[in-house]
Structures are given as structure tokens and as C-alpha cells.
Design a binder for this molecule. Structure first.
Ligand code: HEC
Ligand code: HEC
Length: 157
């Protein structure tokens, strides 16, 4: 009888603890919509304490921008607003592919863009070079976030 009583009481305590943990989780889910994870920021939505910056203006069309080192992916000297790159279409290649570059007056992608990581040259753009914006970025006239003393290599100065 004593054992049964202990078991019942233990079960009761467990149930109460479990339910309070449960309701705590529900509460925090209610406050932040991030699965209940609390970060150093505490229980606050990022958007409430840090308003996003306005979009920077990317110049429409410029001359190609000088490179700073030999293996640098050249910066994009034009806007790319609305240019889709996805499973079905690659807007960049409609101007920069070997086939279209001449007619569009754009720079051809270089031969490295056809190489797989094993060094085989394919007949079309290599999957690892398909998502152009992984490496190429537009520029805007913006204040640098941190100081930068980078100097181009001697041969490019
Ligand atoms: C409508 C045609 C067109 C489309 C679409 C286009 N570009 Fe361009 N791109 C150009 C032209 C034209 C130039 C400048 C060529 C020149 O003046 O020498 C250029 C220049 C560049 C350069 C600089 C090359 C260099 O040697 O400095 C890069 C990098 C580039 N584009 C990347 C992209 C990426 C990435 C996309 C897709 C997000 C894209 N472009 C979409 C026409 C296009
Ligand atoms: C993994 C990084 C990477 C990706 C992805 C990538 N590029 Fe490049 N791209 C480079 C690098 C690095 C260079 C300069 C060295 C070279 O030619 O390989 C370059 C060079 C270029 C050039 C100048 C070629 C020349 O002969 O001067 C153009 C144009 C270009 N890329 C367009 C594109 C386009 C369009 C795409 C998407 C289809 C693309 N790149 C995807 C890294 C990348």
C-alpha cells in the first residue's frame, strides 16, 4: 500500500512538472516565433529592435570595375534587380553565355566556369558556377562598415 502511494505521488509530481514545462514552452512560443529558442537578444523579435536598412542604390550601368587580385570574381557593374537564377532559368547566362555574349555585348563567362571540381571541362556551365551571385556581387556607394587597408597586388596597381 505504501509503495502504491509513493508511486501515485511520484506520478503526480511528474505530471505537474511536465505540464508546467509544457505551458512554459507554449508561452515562449507565443512571445517569439522562433520555436521557443531564446538567444542573447532575449525574448524579442529581431525586427522590433533592429529596423532593416533601406536598400542601397546600385548604379545602372558602369564600365567594368578594376580587379584587385588575380583570382577575384569581377564585380557586377550593372543592376540585377529582377534577374532570376533558378532551376528553370538563368537570366545572367542570357547575356554572358558563350552563345549569347557576342550579340549582347557582354563579357563571356571564362572557361573556368565549365570545369567541375575534379577538373573535367563540361560542354555547359558547371553546376558549381551556375549560381552566379555566390561569387559576383553588385556595388553601391555605401559607407564601409569596417576600415579596410587592402591594397591590390603590385601587378594590378
Ligand atoms: C541584358 C544583358 C545582361 C544580363 C542579363 C546580365 N549582364 Fe552582366 N554584363 C552585361 C554587360 C553588357 C556587361 C558589361 C560589359 C562591358 O561593358 O565590357 C556586363 C558585365 C558584367 C560583369 C563584369 C565583367 C568584367 O569583366 O568585369 C559581371 C561579373 C557580370 N556582368 C555578371 C552578371 C551576373 C551575375 C548577372 C546575373 C545576375 C548578369 N551579369 C546579367 C550584360 C548583362
Ligand atoms: C564559384 C564562384 C563563381 C561563380 C558561381 C561564378 N563565377 Fe564568374 N568568375 C569567378 C571568378 C573567380 C572569375 C575570375 C577568374 C576566372 O575567370 O575564373 C570569374 C569571371 C567571370 C567573368 C569575367 C570573365 C573574363 O574572361 O574576364 C564573367 C563575365 C563571369 N565570371 C560571369 C559569371 C556568370 C554569368 C556566372 C553564373 C552563370 C558566374 N560568373 C558564376 C567566380 C565565379
Amino acid at each position: 500500500m505504501k509503495k502504491l502511494l509513493t508511486a501515485v505521488i511520484t506520478a503526480g509530481i511528474l505530471a505537474v512538472t511536465a505540464s508546467s514545462v509544457w505551458s512554459l514552452d507554449e508561452d515562449s512560443d507565443y512571445i517569439v516565433d522562433n520555436g521557443g529558442v531564446e538567444s542573447l537578444r532575449g525574448h524579442q523579435q529581431l525586427a522590433d529592435i533592429n529596423k532593416s536598412e533601406p536598400m542601397k542604390r546600385v548604379p545602372r550601368d558602369q564600365q567594368p570595375i578594376d580587379r584587385e587580385y588575380i583570382q577575384q570574381p569581377p564585380l557586377i557593374p550593372h543592376t540585377i534587380r529582377g534577374y532570376q537564377v533558378n532551376l528553370n532559368a538563368n537570366k545572367c547566362l542570357s547575356c554572358h553565355s558563350f552563345k549569347n555574349a557576342g550579340a549582347m555585348g557582354a563579357t563571356k563567362i571564362s572557361v573556368t566556369h565549365f570545369e567541375t571540381r575534379e577538373g573535367t571541362t563540361l560542354s555547359d556551365v558547371s553546376p558549381r558556377r551556375y549560381f552566379c551571385l555566390q561569387c559576383h556581387v553588385t556595388q553601391a556607394d555605401a559607407k564601409p562598415l569596417v576600415e579596410n587597408n587592402f591594397k591590390p597586388v603590385e601587378s594590378l596597381r
